[in-house]
Write a protein that binds this ligand. Structure first.
Ligand SMILES: [Zn+2]
Ligand SMILES: [Zn+2]
Length: 372
């Protein structure tokens, strides 16, 4: 009986170039631009510590396409502080003010600014962002159901924020889906859920999105200033697969669930989009010499790919070298390995899981490479 050998040789890796640029390089999809967006931000007009225009500057520094400032309707801590210290009454300041202040600067710098607000209630229903609204003041209602109704009537895209937020009166022990969420869903008043809020990934939110056909969201929920960009780090963000770079195209993509969440090295989303990102980011070069095939994979993007071998079909081949059980294709980098085919084989399948491309809660995406 013949013995089959597959082994991996030299690994060549080049350093990420992310540090030199101010936009993360992410491939577009067939027919769609991949826009980089953050739809959950606070300013001094709720409980944040930065001026609205600073949110625009930060986003431009990081090369984002669109943001939404979503100051809380119900918590205006900084204004209360000024009232307390000055004796002035600031209650009449409109909830639209953060958008209005930021808008001219956004226009100047080509950033798409989307009007938004955070409906901030204890659980249930918890905190929800309404974006693509026309007037935040009208959404401030004593009864939260009224607030949701008005937001919906304004054409808002509404998403459930940080469902596993650990601090009471949010959910202090577990992330739960309450009957009120089912009611909101049935009435078309929840369209998405934050699968990642800042650096907190919610397995429950991921599951709920898949089960209920809800849009996967990833945001920073920044209250303070963003740390300096350019050291190979990026904020948690949404990729929006939009027909063009415009607010209306972003809205359409959100309602059609054409999003992914980018959090650290992880990309979370529907498999069809993640697979296309994966394929568009990588070039596979194969050179055959006798029964040895040298495979070089080059990463054209700033994404990282963490691949892990999975079980092989019986009787085809198996791995001999466990040192390549896992390998990384770094941003703008490459990885090379050699596969030795059976003497009588022209090609073979290699099966991997892309560990950091999550298509199910905590589950990577499978990928098969035909080596020939
Ligand atoms: Zn807040
Ligand atoms: Zn919140």
């Amino acid at each position: 009986m013949k013995r089959f050998i597959l082994f991996f040789l030299a690994v060549s890796i080049s350093l990420p170039l992310l540090a030199q640029r101010n936009r993360i390089d992410i491939p577009d999809l067939q027919g769609y631009l991949t826009l980089q967006c953050d739809f959950h931000l606070h300013t001094v007009f709720s409980d944040g510590t930065v001026w609205p225009a600073v949110r625009v500057d930060e986003a431009r520094n990081e090369g984002l396409d669109a943001i939404s400032i979503t100051d809380h309707l119900e918590s205006r801590r900084q204004l209360s502080e000024i009232e307390r210290m000055s004796g002035l009454s600031l209650k009449t300041i409109s909830h639209n003010i953060s958008y209005d202040i930021a808008k001219p600067r956004a226009d100047q710098s080509g950033l798409i600014l989307i009007r938004g607000t955070e409906i901030t209630r204890s659980m249930p229903p918890g905190h929800c962002n309404a974006i693509f609204i026309s007037n935040a003041d009208e959404i401030e209602k004593p009864d939260y159901m009224d607030a949701f109704r008005v937001a919906k009537a304004q054409g808002a895209f509404i998403f459930f924020n940080h469902p596993g937020f650990p601090i009471p009166p949010q959910q202090s022990d577990t992330a739960m889906w309450w009957p009120i969420h089912t009611q909101l869903l049935k009435q078309g008043m929840i369209h998405g859920i934050e699968v990642v809020n800042d650096h907190n990934y919610s397995l429950e939110a991921h599951r709920w999105c898949l089960d209920n056909n809800l849009t996967m969201m990833g945001t920073t929920d920044a209250h303070g200033p963003r740390p300096p960009f350019g050291h190979g780090v990026h904020r948690t963000m949404n990729f929006i697969f939009a027909k063009e770079r415009s607010a209306e195209a972003i809205r359409e993509a959100l309602f059609e669930r054409r999003t992914a969440v980018y959090w650290n090295e992880n990309v979370i989303g529907e498999e069809k989009y993640l697979m296309e990102l994966f394929k568009n980011a990588l070039d596979w070069d194969m050179r055959k010499n006798g029964n040895a095939v040298t495979v070089t994979v080059r990463n054209k993007s700033d994404l990282t790919f963490r691949l892990k071998k999975t079980s092989q079909g019986p009787g085809i081949l198996h791995y001999r070298d466990d040192s390549i059980a896992r390998f990384i294709i770094p941003p703008k980098g490459s990885f090379r390995f050699i596969v030795r085919l059976l003497d009588d084989k022209q090609n073979c399948d290699l099966n991997f899981v892309v560990d950091n491309f999550l298509v199910q809660p905590n589950e990577g995406m499978n990928f098969t490479l035909n080596v020939k």
